[in-house]
Design a protein around this ligand. Sequence first.
Ligand code: ATP
Ligand code: MG
Length: 192
Amino acid sequence: MLNIVIFGAPGSGKGTQSDKLIEKYRLFHISTGDVLRDNIKRGTELGAIAKDYIDKGQLIPDDLMVSILADVLDANREQARVGVIFDGFPRTIAQAQALDAMLAERGTGVTAVVGLEVPEEELVQRILLRGKLSGRADDNLETVKNRLDVYHNQTAPLRDYYQKQGLYRAIEGLGAIDDIFGRICAVVDALD
Ligand code: ATP
Ligand code: MG
């Protein structure tokens, strides 16, 4: 199994590169942001809870997020057997520990963490542009500042967590989408 965590700040290109990865490697894509936005759109109870946090640029509480992820994994056992791209999860150390436990229970583990490294000014520009094009409610200047703070305080420490396990692979996240994808593929092809 090839379980890849695609890691990076908001706007670093996780979703874009995940789409290309699932096509090439036939992996199962779990984007926690997409799962939450889908729940908001369908007006579920979970969606109502998630909306408050997302609009403020805050993280959904760990215990809730972990149980959502376990549900998605269980509901897609067959597709997940080849391997999974985890996009947007884990975002905290507690989530990373929960992911390790969940995968261990299923007889597997994280194969590698692909970290998209993009300078902050570029992140802000990309997110504001995306807000104009897609109208995503959390892609505005005020929320972006919060999301970047949350990233630095709660998510960035995961680089260390995975570096210590020898799993972190830094990818230069600036440049053309296909060039960045080429850098990721070089890393993925060298795995196992
Ligand atoms: P990218 O632009 O790189 O695809 P992003 O950070 O802009 O990433 P999403 O991953 O779609 O966007 O997440 C949007 C929001 O959903 C987050 O700001 C957060 O509120 C919530 N969220 C998503 N994943 C998690 C998670 N693992 N834990 C807690 N909250 C989450
Ligand atoms: Mg995304």
